[in-house]
Design a protein around this ligand. Structure first.
Ligand SMILES: Nc1ncnc2c1ncn2[C@@H]1O[C@H](COP(=O)(O)OP(=O)(O)OP(=O)(O)O)[C@@H](O)[C@H]1O
Length: 241
């Protein structure tokens, strides 16, 4: 039981073949409760494919994924309910308002107390003044804020955020980081894909480097770790790995 609490997500020997190419090669990773893990790596390394396999948008070619000690199967609902996935697409409906979009997803995921939760979430992401406007008029940053609200709506225990800072202004980056750190403090486990070393340094407890479909090294961040050293480590690992 203790082990189940510690290991929120356990990925063992995950592989994925796409169009005859081995895109993920034996990925083994564990995510602990309340941990922020950053996955970094060059373009095309397989980061997004890795996320899609874990959340069930892609079927892994082989390997095991367990959530709190329970194996995720092909049609597992656990992944959908417990893992909140923020990908490159917003999955939002442009003709609907913020409130309507969140109502739609809330009903889909059978979220309780939707009427109370939606205004609170829109306030949390700073969109409450635009709550009834069809989102087709939204900027990229506003869409990203609403996507974050959508992901948080079902109160996931794991957040998987694929390049969540992309397209956000400084204020929105700060807001997103506050949300990430407050969820971590509440015991939520978070995996983050990012090309932004500054944000990775601010947020991550551990950093994993994915290159050519393999995790080639990981780094545990301490109190003392600095951004410059993290970048140096990454450059070395990617050059040699
Ligand atoms: N549907 C697909 N069919 C064939 N190959 C694919 C498909 N999707 C992705 N790939 C290939 O898989 C590899 C990994 O792509 P992926 O998007 O996961 O990388 P990434 O690390 O997220 O890259 P980036 O940092 O550029 O977002 C790339 O070589 C890509 O061309």
């Amino acid at each position: 039981m203790m082990k189940e609490m510690a290991d929120m997500l356990e990925i063992k020997n995950l592989t994925k073949v796409l169009a005859d190419k081995l895109v993920l090669k034996n990925i083994t990773l564990t995510l602990n409760k309340g941990e922020v893990l950053a996955v970094i790596g060059p373009n095309g390394a397989g980061k997004s494919t890795f996320f899609k396999c874990v959340v069930g948008l892609l079927q892994p070619s082989s390997g095991d994924i367990s959530f709190a000690g329970r194996q995720l199967t092909k049609k597992s609902l656990i992944a959908k309910r417990k893992i909140g996935f923020l990908g490159h697409e917003s999955y939002l409906y442009s003709s609907l308002s913020s409130v309507e979009n969140l109502l739609f997803y809330g009903k889909l995921y059978k979220v309780n107390h939707l009427e109370e939760k939606i205004p609170l979430l829109l306030k949390e992401v700073g969109l409450h003044l635009f709550k009834d406007v069809p989102i087709r008029s939204f900027s990229r940053g506003m869409i990203q804020r609403l996507s974050i609200a959508r992901v948080l709506l079902s109160e996931p225990e794991i957040l998987m955020l694929d390049e969540p800072h992309t397209g956000l202004d400084q204020e929105a980056v700060a807001l997103l980081n506050r949300i990430i750190l407050s969820k971590k403090a509440a015991g939520i486990s978070i995996i983050l894909i990012s090309h932004d070393f500054e944000q990775v340094h601010k947020l991550a407890d551990r950093v994993a480097v994915l290159k050519s479909g393999r995790i080639i090294d990981t780094l545990t961040m301490g109190e003392e770790s600095n951004l410059y050293e993290m970048k140096e480590w990454y450059e070395k690992v990617v050059t040699e790995g």
